[in-house]
Design a protein around this ligand. Sequence first.
Ligand SMILES: [Zn+2]
Ligand SMILES: [Zn+2]
Length: 554
Amino acid sequence: MQSTLSNKEVGNIMKSLAALMELHEENPFKIKSYANAAFQLSRIPDVVMEMDRTTMEQTKGIGKSVAAKLVELRETGDIEALRKLLDMTPAGIIDMLQIKGLGAKKVRVIWKELGVEDVGELLYACYENRLAKLKGFGEKTQESVIQSIEYYQANLGKFHFATALQQAALMEADWKQSTAWSRTGALRREAIVIEQLEWLTTAGLEELPVPGGWQQSENGWVAVSPGGIPMVLHVAEAAQWATTLLVTTGNEAHVDFVLSKVEDPQQPFEDEAAIYKAAGLTFVPAFLREDLAEWEYNDQASADAIISMEDIQGVVHNHSTWSDGRNTIREMAEACMARGYTYLVMSDHSKTAVYAGGLDIQQVRLQQEEIDRLNEELAPFKIFKSIESDILNDGSLDYPDEVLASFDLVIASVHSNLRMDAAKANERLLRAIENPYTSILGHMTGRLLLSRPGYPVDHQLIIDACAANRVAIEVNANPYRLDMDYHWIPYAQEKGIWIPVNPDAHSTAGIDDIYFGVTAARKGGLRRRHVLNALPLSEFEKWLKDRKAAKGIA
Ligand SMILES: [Zn+2]
Ligand SMILES: [Zn+2]
């Protein structure tokens, strides 16, 4: 026999039942009585599950219908009505019910009106400003939902690099620069997903204060950041600093290879560079140490330099108030100019993306007229006319050819019917890639890091097709996407693919996500000479022109 459930546990079950009934719009009176019981249960001093039925029914806040459910639960270990509701509800929707500030009614609207079915998709919808536009939601709700989800995801033990970085900086702000400390581990490697924040120091713990203080554990000194990220502090003696930094930075395969080439790894080294030197290897910066692209790496100063933020000239793939962005085209352009960029590619959503305010043909014309006017005014800064065309279910693009021809470039992306098998996904993307108007493939797999795997594309096949059709592949720089994954960058470069690093900005602040794209892409060894938006304006224009000419669509 199972142990008796506490009042609190029973209360939680009743709470779930009420929430699920509300989600599925069942009898409001019943919902109310279950919700009320859930609330009252924790206030009842006696253990309800040990009461006989009559006592239950007479206890304040329980009553007949709730008692019936509790007896069923006691006798069968289950409540049939609850199980049926669970069967009808996608797991991601059930997760969403846990998010503070949402509640079943709102979750239902999100589910039914946005078609969003899990927490990660919901977070992304918030970032695209879609939640704020739903009836009964607004910016404030959206903001609190973002915070709740970030908290929820924090509890799952993995964190986006952007979140980890923000938390790390928060800690480091209190540490003296004069103290010997360094980031290490995945944080120092700038991994796209991070489980803990790690530092190395030769100083005493008091030099690196954290809220709550460091606690001793088997793995060194540990603590938890205010956002819930585990933190580890390694302490080394000065003589072992360089080796400990190398080893804790990782990754393991990289470290093993380097140390296997060093005759006496125990000897003290001046710094990491001395270890690489002793190994007869070129020094490898921490971000590249993934046993992936670093062994071809030799000289950052050469023409073969790896991409950095300073190389980015233009901002490709942006949304404005014409579709689901927060800012006007003018505001986006001015934000780019303020950051020293020389061109902007506006790629609002296309007409099928109704949920995102996709542009119909008439709106496309009006937007292009606005861009013409702005270009006259803002020259030599240039705004390019583009669209993020949905790749429809059959792989076709979203407008007739004469409309597609009016754009300087077309980004083709999948936004709907994401659940596809590999054959279908490949076929759909291939058809889009073969469309002569497709200039860039947008977020190649549709993945949302930590919440939604991508659809199952054959990366090699898709990259080969892009090479054959002169289609560039973006690294979508949104820290929740970082798609195409950097592990495919070496192969894409080998095939001569152009790879723009695109913020997919839905606001002026979103432009700065380029940083996360560059940070991820350089882990795959992305070279400046392959980055489409590292081209100066005139060369970028020429690239577009040459491409149209080669495709016979000029
Ligand atoms: Zn998109
Ligand atoms: Zn987009």
